[in-house]
Design a protein around this ligand. Structure first.
Ligand code: NAP
Length: 337
């Protein structure tokens, strides 16, 4: 079956996902697009023969030719489109965040629970990265024993001038939060954010780097170093220390050259280069699940947990205090994942 996809929001990542759906993966066909900027939507549609440009997300979702919806618009608009997709009985792939407030995420959870089956996948693509999957397999196999500690680093070479310390939590650390929950199969209990000496390249008033401590409910401690002016490249690191051993995140695929007593390899330029393959695998697994009549991967519950945790992270950043993470009870729908 070919899944006929409608894309809401054709900015940077929306266009990249359209490229992926039309040129890289199998089993999908993009049939409709919409964007707040109608001209941008028309321009994108010019390269996609037969694609309809709708004027609203609601019209795209109601289109009989659209089987499934990809939401890649600005975060605060996600709730409206995800709820409309669920209401129309269409599977939804929503880029992170699922929604920007705890309450909005809860409304999505309530709508999905009322339908009685999962309709939403959230785009936490690191779960599809080969190196992260190998790390997770080592943790769940028990070969390193019970996890005790996890170390993560998230380094961007630079960020645009509008970037703020809040965005380090919302746009960078949110991925590490999802990885910690998934890797350790546990929820967060509390977040603390520490501010080391400021990088001289950070704009005035901008705290960078940050050191984020995640306390997991089961007692594992996770540190996330988040730096957005690292200069040398996009560097993602991870290690889980267990009772009997440790597992480190492998470096991204690429050649390592050894000559004249030295060795060298490439550091990815940005997250697109580092995770390009993970995005492909993520979308192929979603398409396959939709073709089979369901969905897969990070759920609305995972989206909710990430938003609640980043909210706690923002409060911890603001107050300098350890901030508890409190979540509602997990509905049965999300208990077998
Ligand atoms: P972007 O380039 O600004 O694209 C967003 C697009 O949505 C823009 O074309 C914007 O139009 C449009 N839009 C805004 N409001 C809309 C509405 N009500 N209905 C339809 N379209 C609307 O942003 P982006 O970087 O692609 O990010 C989009 C989403 O993907 C964000 O939620 C972001 O967090 C997520 N993302 C995830 C990852 C990841 O690692 N998984 C990476 C990048 C982005 P205007 O420009 O006219 O406002």
């Amino acid at each position: 079956m070919t899944v006929r996809v409608g894309v809401i929001g054709v900015g940077m990542i929306g266009q990249d996902h359209i490229r992926r759906l039309t040129r890289v993966l199998s089993g999908a066909c993009v049939v409709a697009v919409i964007d707040a900027d109608l001209e941008r939507a028309r321009t994108v549609a010019e390269d996609l023969p037969g694609v309809r440009v709708h004027e609203t997300g609601q019209a795209l979702i109601a289109d009989d030719e659209v089987d499934a919806v990809v939401v890649t618009s600005w975060g605060p608009t996600h709730e409206e489109y995800v709820l409309a997709g669920i209401g129309a009985g269409k599977q939804v792939f929503c880029e992170k965040p699922l929604a920007t407030t705890r309450e909005a995420c809860e409304r999505i959870i309530d709508a999905e629970v009322a339908v009685g089956r999962r309709m939403v996948m959230v785009g936490f693509m690191r779960r599809y990265d080969t190196a992260y999957r190998a790390m997770k397999a080592a943790v769940t196999s028990g070969e390193i024993g019970a996890p005790l500690l996890m170390y993560a680093a998230h380094r961007n070479p630079s960020v645009p001038s509008h970037f703020t310390s809040d965005m380090i939590i919302n746009d960078s650390v949110v991925h590490d939060i999802d990885v910690a929950r998934w890797m350790l199969d546990d929820e967060l209990a509390a977040v603390t954010v520490l501010k080391p000496r400021r990088n001289r390249k950070a704009a005035p008033g901008f705290a960078d780097p940050l050191l984020v401590l995640l306390e997991m409910a089961g007692g594992v401690l996770v540190t996330v170093e988040a730096s957005v002016n690292a200069s040398y490249g996009y560097d993602i690191r991870g290690e889980v220390v267990g009772e009997d051993g440790t597992v480190e995140l492998g470096e991204s695929a690429g050649a390592i050259v050894k000559r004249e007593g030295r060795y060298s390899g490439r550091v990815p330029a940005d997250w697109r280069e580092r995770f390009v393959r993970a995005f492909d695998v993520e979308f192929q697994e979603w398409l396959d699940a939709v073709a089979a009549g369901g969905t897969t991967g990070p759920s609305a519950w995972d989206g909710y947990a990430a938003t609640v945790a980043t909210d706690a992270g923002l409060e911890a950043l603001r107050t300098g205090q350890r901030t508890a993470v409190s979540m509602r009870e997990r509905p049965d729908l999300y208990k077998q994942q």
